[in-house]
Design a protein around this ligand. Structure first.
Ligand SMILES: Cc1cc2nc3c(=O)[nH]c(=O)nc-3n(C[C@H](O)[C@H](O)[C@H](O)COP(=O)(O)O)c2cc1C
Ligand SMILES: [Mn+2]
Length: 508
């Protein structure tokens, strides 16, 4: 099952009691962002703002946020039961991503109900929030998919990349050369050409799971994987000013071009970033020159507040964590790393710590995992720290992972490795500013770490360990004693545990 458009998704959330309509007037400047943040902190519902200052008479007057702001809403977006665990959401995504499926090209659709060109192009008609007072401007590209096409292969890409309105027909963007649209841009600029771009807002929620995640897709675009993730063909329609394709029932599509000429660059930033910190000062950046906007009647704009710090999650935490984990898992599958049992990347937006559970089969297995990740295209913002554990450790439980690191890691035995001088996030504040100048280097610089917390096979099997590499676990009770104690438990007269107190005692 799939949601045919944003409206069907919103009405499903409303039926499930997971949506609030905000009918009183709110300010796009700071207030919408603050409400979105507070609602996320409260684990609250999705929000549809219907009365926005300065936007009662504009062609777009509504904005929808927080649609994917909880685990249950992400599960619903995938057609899964509301109580599905992240572990299972990740597994389902990995299964569905095994094989991309067809898209359907249609002649027209609701997104063509209104076509604006030339002077009619005015991005300020859209109720784009300034999400935080510290942001450099109104960030229009947050929960958006940016479509480009490879000029050599003809394959399309959709990615989520931040963008700020700089003029009524201009969007300043953060264009990293290590990202897929960066690969395309490099080819266009080498040919001395501008790159056509389309940005769409508001559609099936699973689309953003794909455009916001590092999926490797050498033979097709994210759209084909979206068809398999949502389990229904994506219906696409051609843009007005280029041969790019966009969903026929998207709410709004912005079409434009990015020039390689630095004189066209405009100041963009700073922005409250995924790390939880502001990043990217207002320096000249690549800029989309918008030539056309198509939109549905009474369109609903879609955006989200980005930025995560402990206990303050963003929407991208909920939809990005399982999706990014599934993409990393798929990558390991595709390049032939065997024995991967689970992948988890908690807090995609402020973590960069990727945990992998393997059924270890040989020495060097954990290093193979790390090398595969570090050598791949998913590494832009991911896998700064790779933690590999054995199959008896649940990577969704930090106590288990820390226990494995405590007692299975011996840093003197090649289990803690640093791989310096790699490409990495230009938004990570632990990298000096001069090493992450995006215009100069195209990306940032990272040293990466492997924490191999699997049992080291250099430790020879020992007779005193009953032939194992490690001693037996002392916290397990001998089966005969366990049986005896269970059968006699009542005889001992031990007070039953108050479940509430148990939670207090064991939660630090
Ligand atoms: C809200 C949001 C904003 C993002 N902004 C950027 C950005 O400005 N630049 C960037 O390179 N990646 C950004 N990302 C991360 C990319 O979406 C992600 O790396 C994805 O893999 C990009 O698609 P691609 O692999 O097709 O290039 C953002 C992600 C989210 C969820
Ligand atoms: Mn891509």
């Amino acid at each position: 099952m799939a949601y045919k458009d944003l409206r069907e998704w919103i009405s499903t959330l409303e039926k499930e009691g997971l949506l609030s309509r905000i009918k009183c007037e709110v300010d796009w400047d700071g207030e919408i962002g603050a409400i979105s943040r507070e609602a996320l902190n409260q684990k609250g519902p999705a929000l549809l703002f219907e009365n926005i200052k300065d936007h009662t008479g504009t062609w777009c007057s509504k904005i929808f946020v927080n649609g994917m702001g909880s685990r249950e809403r992400v599960a619903l977006a995938l057609g899964l039961p509301r109580d599905t665990h992240f572990r299972d959401i990740t597994r389902v995504a990995r299964e569905r991503l095994r094989t991309p499926s067809e898209v359907k090209v249609v002649d027209t659709g609701p997104v063509k109900e209104n076509i604006l060109r030339g002077d009619d192009v005015d991005l300020y008609q859209i109720p784009v929030p300034r999400w935080r007072k510290g942001d450099g401007g109104r960030y229009i590209n947050t929960y958006a998919s940016v479509v480009t096409r490879d000029p050599e292969t003809g394959l399309m890409n959709t990615g989520t990349y931040r963008g700020m309105i700089t003029e009524k027909n201009k969007i300043g963007v953060l264009l990293a050369m290590t990202q897929h649209w960066g690969h395309h841009f490099k080819k266009y600029s080498d040919m001395g050409k501008e790159m056509p771009v389309a940005v769409f807002y508001g559609w099936d929620p699973t689309m953003l799971m794909l455009s916001g995640s590092a999926l490797i897709h050498p033979n097709c675009s994210e759209y084909e994987f979206c068809s398999s993730l949502r389990q229904e063909q994506c219906e696409l329609v051609k843009c007005e000013t280029s041969d790019l394709m966009v969903p026929a029932s998207a709410e709004i599509v912005v079409e434009g071009f990015i020039s390689p000429d630095p004189s066209t660059f405009m100041p963009e930033g700073p922005f409250g970033e995924y790390t939880g910190y502001f990043a990217g000062q207002a320096r000249p950046k690549h800029t989309i020159r918008v030539e056309c906007i198509t939109h549905r009647d009474n369109p609903i704009f879609r955006g989200n507040i980005e930025g995560t710090s402990p206990h303050k999650w963003a929407e991208s935490t909920f939809y990005g964590d399982p999706m990014f984990s599934a993409c990393a898992w798929k990558l390991l599958d595709d390049v032939g790393v065997p024995g991967v049992r689970d992948v988890w990347f908690h807090n995609v937006t402020s973590g960069t710590i990727l945990k992998i559970r393997i059924k270890k089969a040989y020495r060097g297995h954990a290093k193979q995992v790390a090398n595969a990740l570090w050598g791949s295209g998913i590494g832009n913002y991911a896998a700064k720290v790779v933690i590999v554990v054995d199959d008896d450790i649940d990577i969704h439980d930090s106590e288990e992972v820390e226990w494995a690191i405590s007692y299975r890691l011996n840093a003197a035995m090649d289990q803690l490795l640093v791989f310096p001088g790699t490409f990495g996030s230009m938004l990570d504040p632990s990298t000096p500013l001069e090493q992450r100048n995006i215009i100069k280097y195209g990306q940032g610089k990272w040293a990466r770490i492997l924490v191999d917390a699997t049992i080291n096979w250099e430790l020879e099997p020992q007779e005193q360990y009953s032939g194992g590499r490690f001693p037996p676990l002392a916290t397990d009770v001998a089966p005969e004693d366990e049986k005896r104690v269970k059968s006699r438990w009542k005889d001992y007269g031990i007070l039953p545990v108050d479940k509430e107190i148990e939670g207090l005692v064991y939660k630090n």
